[in-house]
Design a protein around this ligand. Structure first.
Ligand code: FE
Length: 196
């Protein structure tokens, strides 16, 4: 496998600038993962006439969730500019801007529609500056899409109810799942567990 340094500097700069937080996580393993993603993508580009068709392969995990649909104007009116950028425009917040490191027990809900997405039990400190979880609250709370932006093949995570962009999932998380759901904090609303 090629190391990241063996890719053209322009490509490397683009990936590093954008995803430095993810590269820092897991050090060499993270770097190899990114290098592998670029290689896969380049190979696909060579073989396929278009990558566009593979960009939007929605993997539907939820068959039963009732969708919430709103106009762009409604979303803009309801969400803060940062939340709108992340949820509706698939943006990424700056690392360390919204990871509360909240260790209190509770539930993380979707900022867009209020659907329950993650519990505090699954939260861990990844050091990336983005709230990270080992698994969603249930399989049908989120949906996955293949995202090939920025010369990387990543798995995007969306809220299954409002289709809001939440973040990405990576295969370098802790036990028991081995997954790291790397989320944008602005897309999540923490609700502490009620204490009696
Ligand atoms: Fe939602």
């Amino acid at each position: 496998m090629r190391r990241l340094e063996h890719f053209p500097s322009k490509l490397r700069a683009l990936v590093s600038r954008r995803w430095i937080g993810e590269l820092n996580y897991g050090a060499a393993r993270g770097e190899f993962e990114v290098a592998a993603s670029i290689e896969t993508l380049l190979n696909e580009r060579k073989g396929a006439s278009t990558v566009a068709s593979s960009c939007r392969n929605r993997k539907t995990m939820s068959k039963t969730t009732e969708k919430i649909t709103k106009t762009d104007q409604e979303w803009r009116a309801e969400l803060s500019p940062t939340a709108y950028n992340v949820l509706r425009e698939k943006g990424t917040e700056r690392p360390f801007s919204n990871d509360t490191k909240n260790a209190a027990p509770g539930v993380y809900k979707c900022t867009g529609c209020g659907q329950e997405l993650f519990t505090s039990d699954a939260k861990f400190d990844s050091g990336t500056g983005w709230p990270s979880f080992s698994q969603p609250i249930s399989a049908d709370a989120v949906e996955e899409e293949t995202d090939t932006k920025f010369f990387m093949k990543r798995t995007e995570i969306l809220c299954s109810r409002c289709d809001g962009h939440l973040g990405h999932v990576f295969p370098d998380g802790p036990a028991p799942t081995g997954l790291r759901y790397c989320m944008n904090g602005v897309a999540l609303k923490f609700e502490p567990k009620e204490t009696k």
